[in-house]
Write a protein that binds this ligand. Sequence first.
Ligand code: GCB
Ligand code: CA
Length: 891
Amino acid sequence: MKKKENTSRQTAFHRIATTALSLLFLTTVQAQRESKTINDSWKFLQGECPTAIDSAFNDANWTSVHLPHTWNTDAYTEKDYYRGTGWYRRQISIPQSWKEKQIFLKLDAASKAATIYINGKKVGEHTGGYTACTLDITPFCSLNTPNSLAVCVDNSRQDIPPISGDFTFFGGIYRDVWLTAVSKQHFHLTNYGSEGIFISTPKVSEEKGTILIRGDIKNDATQKALLELEHIIYHPNGSIAQSLKQSIQIKAGEQYSFRSETSPILSPQLWTPETPHLYRVESILRDKKTKTVLDQSNHYTGFRWFSFDGERGFSLNGKPYKLRGICRHQDQKPIGVALTDEMHRRDIKLMKEMGANFIRISHYPQDDALLEMCDKLGMLAWEEIPIIDIVPDTPGYTENCERNLREMIRQHYNHPSIITWGYMNEILLVTQRLYKKEEELKPILERTLALANRLEVVLKEEDTTRVSTMAFHGSNSYNEVGLGSITDIVGWNLYQGWYGGNLTGFEQYLEEQHKKYPSHPMIVSEYGAGSDKRLHSLQPHAFDFSIEYQQKYLEHYLPVLEETSYICGGTHWNFIDFSSALRDESMPRINNKGLVYSNRTPKDIYYYYKAAWRQDIPVLHIASRDWTHRSGIQHGKEPVILPVKIYTNLPEVELFIDGKSLGKQKTKNFAVTFEVPFCQKEHFIAAKAENRKAVQDISFVEDGIRLNFTPIPANLNGTNLRDLELAINVGSYCFYTSDESNLTWLPDQPYTENGWGYIGGESKSSQIQIKNTNDGPLFQTLRNGIEGYRFDVPNGVYEIEFLFTDIFRENAITVYQLGRNSDVENRENRFDIIINDQTIEESFSSCRESDYFHALRKRYNITNFRNKIEIRFSVRNGKSFLNGIKLRKLY
Ligand code: GCB
Ligand code: CA
């Protein structure tokens, strides 16, 4: 009896649940388009596995992954990161409610190529690692059983750009994957991965603007369709501005192209980075008779116009406007390019916060989330495809370039933030490096020009509302071979004062170009210098990777960009410290020219830009977050004077040390530097500035920071040696603070009486990665031909440690260092090491003990009877050298 009751209750519950479900079901039938991510529950295998396409294939042993995913986190440790295939598998169940629907699969990005299979059959292939592809998978899917989806991804293909470049070609499905169901009549979703709707503003001024909406509708049904298409235009405040309606008839299996322009919208709210007003276009497709909504799509657009001019630079909405920009790569250590949407959005927020109004989306199309933020927060954009360094003659390459260009333009066409499309970066760099002879060079130049001409035509075919750009490296040959006259805008990637030459070479180069080609609109599409938080210098120079040289370099470049009226603007290289697996330098596998670290913590230099670019808020930043462990040589009890810089947009700054004022100083070029006396372990530094908005409206802005200080006595004695670890970065002007021990290695100095220092030799450095250590920069600098080292210290028992790395072997150096380091001689070095006349090493060879470019540390305990430690290097072969030295008094 009880049992029966139970059963009937269950049946009743079941009935209610079913009704509720079918109600839900009904509403979903009514809903126009259903889209959802399928990022979860994937299985992944790195390597080849053709049988994975079979439905019955057992992938239980594969790794479970969640998208976005890349298999190349190895690129942060390995130069030779994995390039090959990777397989992804997943089941997809199609709900019964999709029975009458058309089903699409969209991959936002799989690098570089993806072949897609469903239930053992090939659905399609996409070539290009930075653009989306959409496939109609309806005929491949079954409604009754789960469908097996397999995707083979390959990041080794040489027929797909990029094939060369200073960044890592991460492999994998590293953006979202979407499943979409829509009625048989729908917008053309397989149009080069776009939404099939293209919006522009053919007429736009302060008085009025019109919106043009173009696109295609497909009828995938077996009967003709009578449809109604409506576009509703919404003002930025959400009220309806206009609506456009038309009736359409499409035969079974056919396609219809629509094109409608609104009547003028009066006094449109213009889109600018400062006022990013967006108008919404809602496109609705209905059944003409039943009025059932079949498909629906929303897009933002904006009213703005712009021009690039060789003399006057850039203007926006009729007013001169300086493009204050940055370039942006898309990775983040340690996850590679598998970023979530919110990470992309965070980057745009950080750039806006800094005051940027322009982004060069380099060197390839990036996530939709990024573009959405450019529109919404207000950031003009240049987007490009990755044709870099050289044009190969690989069959299929040209076609892939062309298709990737069309995809980028169609996929991101509707974003008002985009003003220019690019398609080549430094295309002669590797070309000229590899082919020196005229007759070898000729066919490659012809190929390059042919591709540029073809892409320029494609670009204009796709989009007449924007302009084209290329980025050149600092060589006039781009103009000589004819590339300069193909694109609308010339981008210059300039590194005077970094890879070579002087800082002032920068403005000289621009002037020369402007004189020669006064009608060329120019952007400085790259400029930058590397920096490493562990390195600091009071005498910064190019390629020391000190935080201070990057600051010096950018403090020179930015005013030139701001003050040269014919320059449209600049895009700093790069916003982030990014992954470039081939690079060595101070942080192997990382190009460290970022304004923010890989984890997006701003470097101090970020605030220089912020001070210069943000006029709307007061900026005051003590530029020493990157240098919190200070050290310096102290004479007696005198404090050590060290510079502390403040970045600010306020006219005058007062600085305090532990509450005591050091006076006020006027700001110059958004910076003020105080000479600050350091004398104790920790100091509190505070900066204060008056923010005067009006006579009656004055407030104060403050910043404060705690800095650690380790004094190093200039003259060493029994007392001050007791707790001292005297560590010297031999061959370098830089302080080096180890991440691992926090110990600071001091800049080297020549020996003077009663002190310590080197005797003889000259400083030398290498940019090659040093193995066996995480303190690479310490070993990359050395004193070549050093005769000796001397410490004037009292008698006692000491520990002496030598740091060696033999760099005297030619080494393949990457093309991206533009010839730096090629002056290293090949030689074998052997020398004796003698301390206070006692030979401690005979015929010592660093590379024999620990190989070339390997760190070697050797420690000795010695007893000093002479009130000095005198070290001599006596050469047997080649030259003597020393990379670092450390002294501790034990007893
Ligand atoms: C360039 C390249 C860029 C590099 C940069 C650099 O000119 O266009 O891809 O990363 O220089 O840091 O050397
Ligand atoms: Ca050194």
